[in-house]
Design a protein around this ligand. Sequence first.
Ligand SMILES: O=C(O)CCC(=O)C(=O)O
Length: 456
Amino acid sequence: MTETSHYDLTIGLLGTEVPKNSPVIKWKDGYTTILPAVFDDHNINVCAKVDIPIITYLAKCPVSTPDSLYITHISNNRVPATDLHDLVGDSLSQNKPVAIRGRGRHPVGQELTAEFLDQDYAISPNRAVWVHDVMARAIDHTKATRPGVIKYFIESMKNPKTIQCVLDIPLAQVSLPDSLKHVDHGLAYGWNQTTYDVPIKSNVHPENFTVKGWALLHHAGFLTYPHHNAEGSLTWVRVEVGTQFWVVFRPKNRYHDRQHIQDVAIRLRNFTENEAWIKAHCDAEVITLLPGDIVIIPPGQVHAVYTPVASFATGGHFYHYACMHLTEISRYLDVVVGDCLTNQTLHNALETLRRMIIAIPRLSPRIPLFRRSLLALCIMVTQGKQYRAKGGPKSAVVDTETANLSTEIARAISGHLGVTTRMSGPTLLYNGDQFDRGELLTEKSLNEVLTSFTLL
Ligand SMILES: O=C(O)CCC(=O)C(=O)O
């Protein structure tokens, strides 16, 4: 393949996977891709009004390079696993996504077939899934999904008349790559290391675990609109086959202003109505993911994803101690605005967050805890019921066996962090740069208030 054809992602698609007359666009890093085209009965491209203007804007955004101040770029084979955890955690806690360049696990040009997904990922060709359909979304964006079956979805990749994707293929056996597996603090510490103090007794929502591994499957030309992910979780994604452009947004300034941060998320959700405002108030960078590349985004990160060729990716959600201030903002937004800002409805966070607090008295001294982030975790635990996402079930915030102990520990820590009857946790937290994790807390200072929780 020549250097030029490598950058031409339209090759082989026109007339086979997408209409022959699909428009094309050039991205800043030199890639040429198709723009989506799905024609209605009057031969009008239904993507012309919303999808194409958004993609046109995305394609003009700066490419994220290793010298970006806002995104950390890592070449996987250059950093030992022990350092990788620290490097990644440090970046994410400062609200900076991480892009890790890796090596694809499949031969170059691997075709996406039902057999391949079955053999390599145990996805049955007969599996039923919810399919996002571009034509359905153009008619009514609140009714974008319809039921489908994997083998027919794969077959229709070769139908130039449809553009579809499946955003929710639970694949619990998928996990973070070995070199990153401890970055999931909710699982590694919250769930694993609290069963002595609080044995699991109640019926915990299975989403606490099923969200840890999933897959995404796309036809060529699918755009996922700007959104942030539900429940304040972090998200990692690795492209296995194909290519994706992940575009991450941030406010240009006013990081102290929660209302402004909220406005940014709301306006981005409705790009076409707010294009001028978004250009004036937001910056964005494009991360191009090829097979083997991973992106990890912090909680609340607003992002859009364009998939220009048929693609398959794996990924998952997790929580991290140093990102709790970002988890808090993200969940707060889901309460005040509702989960129309997210692409998936999840209601499982509280139990994991409570267990993360319970793990703190016995936490490894290797895990850095930061003032604002820890305060945010305490608030989400002591005021758990107030973080029920708009439209979420009451069962998401019931008191279980973890409720009492987590509240006691959270109150002890909050007192240590300066919370009093007259100075509430939210008053302290809502002050200052909302993306700042706060200063590093010393183990010694925390030990003073936590020793009583370490008795056997
Ligand atoms: O791959 C896509 O189209 C969207 C995925 C996404 O936004 C996510 O996993 O958060």
